[in-house]
Design a protein around this ligand. Structure first.
Ligand SMILES: NC(=O)c1ccc[n+]([C@@H]2O[C@H](COP(=O)([O-])OP(=O)(O)OC[C@H]3O[C@@H](n4cnc5c(N)ncnc54)[C@H](OP(=O)(O)O)[C@@H]3O)[C@@H](O)[C@H]2O)c1
Length: 254
């Protein structure tokens, strides 16, 4: 039976695992970094924790006799994606990247693209503003440089330790978040600007649509460079790639 590894941590990875489990005929393992305290349940077996860089991942692929693997990690998880591409090249195991296309600004959106959190903090300016921070709980240290603002920070797991800031509120919640829900939240908290990643997909789009309808600006963190590997945008295309790859591998008798 063909062995398949999914690098996960996203809705797409979970959906892919569900589809493959339903079809059967493959041995699937899904890998999580172990960042979230209570990850959502998966339909396929899960392993948790880093591999030890691209070398460790290459060793894992050989040791577990993986026939093909899918990088279905988040678009901003650039280290694991780089490692996956390097490991695939090194041990010559087929890899596809499953990545949601980014959101595209439409009429009414007021986005300013920034390269990183430090640039976002500088773009907030000197005058105190009410800021909705939706970039997860990592990489928040730069906000300590701008204590004049009032922050609302939403993340799946608590920010621990809390940031050394005088005006900060935390909200632990797991998406999806609807536009209505996020508009109500942003209006109630008198939010003036949103800081977001361009995650793509519907689950996190609520705040973007809400910002548009409230006429609020978004500081959008630019996506990291895409990994150098075949890339697909949907679970269906990832499965088609997998079927094609495993069939041609079997035909070659590899
Ligand atoms: N970054 C985000 O905004 C974001 C948002 C939602 C979900 N996630 C998910 O959270 C996880 C961590 O994201 P990150 O941005 O911290 O990653 P990252 O910076 O790209 O990766 C850091 C290290 O974490 C380990 N790692 C990451 N993903 C892994 C996986 N699926 N399985 C096993 N090890 C993994 C690897 O350790 P070793 O080098 O030891 O192998 C990697 O070098 C990812 O799986 C991602 O899909 C990230």
């Amino acid at each position: 039976m063909a062995k398949v590894l999914i690098l996960g941590g996203t809705t797409e990875a979970r959906a892919l695992g569900e589809s493959l489990a339903k079809r059967g005929g493959m041995e699937v393992m899904l890998s999580l970094a172990g960042r979230t305290a209570a990850p959502v349940k998966h339909a396929v077996p899960v392993r948790v924790g880093g591999f030890g860089g691209s070398g460790g991942l290459a060793d894992y692929l050989l040791r577990e006799k993986v026939d093909a693997f899918i990088d279905a990690t988040h678009p901003y998880a650039s280290v694991i994606s780089r490692n996956a591409a390097a490991a695939a090249r090194r041990v010559v195991i087929p890899l596809v990247v499953l990545r949601r296309p980014p959101w595209i600004a439409i009429a009414g959106d007021r986005w300013t693209e920034v390269s990183d959190v430090s640039e976002a903090v500088r773009a907030l300016g000197e005058t105190s503003r009410r800021v909705f921070v939706t970039i997860g709980r990592n990489g928040l240290a730069a906000f300590s440089q701008a204590p004049q603002h009032h922050y609302l920070i939403r993340s799946v797991d608590p920010v621990d330790p809390p940031l050394p800031l005088p005006h900060v509120a935390y909200l632990t919640a797991r998406g999806p978040f609807s536009e209505d829900e996020d508009r109500a939240l942003m209006a109630a908290r008198e939010i003036e600007i949103v800081i977001a990643k361009n995650s793509g997909g519907p689950a996190a789009y609520g705040k973007i649509a809400a910002a548009r309808s409230l006429g609020i600006g978004v500081l959008m963190l630019r996506r990291p460079a895409a990994p150098e590997a075949t890339t697909v945008a949907t679970v269906e295309d990832a499965i088609a790639w997998l079927d094609h790859t495993l069939t041609s591998t079997a035909a070659r008798g590899v």
